[in-house]
Design a protein around this ligand. Structure first.
Ligand SMILES: Nc1ncnc2c1ncn2[C@@H]1O[C@H](COP(=O)(O)OP(=O)(O)O)[C@@H](O)[C@H]1O
Ligand SMILES: [Mg+2]
Length: 347
């Protein structure tokens, strides 16, 4: 077997994925890989990577500390998830890519996901646009340029999701129907004030707040038609699908009350593996096909993709692509081990 090193780059504060992966050191070595883990902070300092193999597979995790300090920082005055987020993040991702190459001269470096793609696909408009072009089923985009335009669509019965272009974790979501508008931004006299925390973005009724709606129309948001999701009992459900090198590794169903706007676990949704058994095989095959198509279209080798099934299970819509998805709890499903096995099969 050829000697290969897995280099994991992450943030020591990241219990959600990097730490879970790092706990599998022994498993990684049992699969015949060398393993080196390093913090983002360290790669930008004078450091030596103890890599003896010629080939290195680089797995990057979300740079929490950089993000909290420089992108979504306390003094940030702009709207959550706008394009300025992306500009700063792009520069950082490019720097990571070049820094890794500088630290490993003469090595054959293979990024699981090229850091340069990270910043591009953080923008939902870019990612969804590419998917739609590639024939992946995504919710229809709404191109209303004015409050009047949105109101007229609502009066025709359309239901609309408005999401920050570069947001995540279910933050800054607005849901509009003809007679009810809800958002989890905090709105004070029509002005948006945002939370510093990643959690507790609660939905409030803002029906008729035209000033707020105007700021959404002017801002960096993506608007799309709501998919009427499949419900099981009193819950709406969707699926977080993890895929790596062309293979679906794990499907993690999430549920929330039928009255809730989102299913994000960070905002109160719950993981519910038992739901999987209630879904017909043909439906799950459909989900897998859409996910594989998504990975090919975006040239990604690892992602957590959110998929919604519509009411009669006819269609599976891809609604969100995460290059740095949080991992399920290890005792629910050991995703890190799946990734490592898939890397072994792929290299
Ligand atoms: N078009 C849509 N139709 C139905 N539900 C949606 C739609 N878009 C988003 N949602 C709901 O909102 C949640 C958050 O949206 P998502 O696009 O995944 O953004 P984030 O990056 O914040 O997770 C989804 O998990 C889903 O529950
Ligand atoms: Mg999502």
């Amino acid at each position: 077997m050829r000697k290969i090193t897995i280099l994991a780059i992450g943030d020591s504060a990241d219990f959600d994925s990097f730490k879970k992966f790092d706990k599998e050191k022994r498993f990684i070595s049992s699969k015949g890989f060398d393993y080196v883990a390093i913090d983002y902070k360290a790669i930008f300092k004078k450091c030596h990577l103890d890599v003896t193999s010629k080939k290195v597979i680089v797995v990057t995790f979300f740079p929490f500390e950089y993000w909290d300090k420089h992108v979504e920082c306390k003094k940030y005055k702009g709207l959550y998830g706008n394009l300025l987020f992306l500009k700063k993040f792009s520069r950082f991702c490019d720097d990571v890519s070049s820094r890794v190459k500088d630290l490993l001269p003469g090595k054959e470096i293979e990024f699981v996901n090229n850091p340069k793609l990270t910043s591009a696909y953080r923008d939902k408009v870019v990612a969804m646009g590419k998917l739609s072009k590639a024939g992946v089923k995504v919710p229809p985009r709404i191109n209303a340029k004015s409050v009047k335009g949105i109101k007229s669509l609502l009066s025709c019965g359309k239901k609309i999701y408005v999401k920050p272009r570069c947001g995540s974790m279910g933050k800054g979501i607005t849901y509009l129907t003809e007679d009810r508008w809800q958002t989890n931004f905090t709105v004070k006299s029509g002005k948006i004030v945002q939370r510093c925390s990643d959690y507790g973005w609660k939905f409030k009724d803002i029906t008729g707040d035209t000033k707020f709606l105007k700021s959404l129309v002017r801002g960096d948001f993506i608007m799309e038609e709501a998919v009427s999701p499949c419900n099981i009992g009193d819950n709406k459900i969707d699926l977080r699908v993890y895929a790596c090198f062309g293979k679906v590794l794990y499907i993690y169903p999430r549920k929330n009350s039928i009255h809730a706007v989102t299913t994000n676990i960070s905002q109160g949704g719950k993981g519910s593996p038992a739901i999987l058994k209630k879904l017909p095989k043909a439906t799950l095959d459909k989900v897998e096909r859409q996910v594989r198509k998504t990975m090919r279209a975006l040239n990604l080798n690892f992602a957590g993709i959110d998929v919604i099934l519509d009411k009669d299970l006819k269609n599976a819509y891809v609604i969100d692509v995460n290059m740095f998805p949080g991992f399920p709890k290890r005792r629910t499903h050991n995703l890190a081990r799946d990734i490592i096995c898939q890397l072994r099969k792929s290299f």
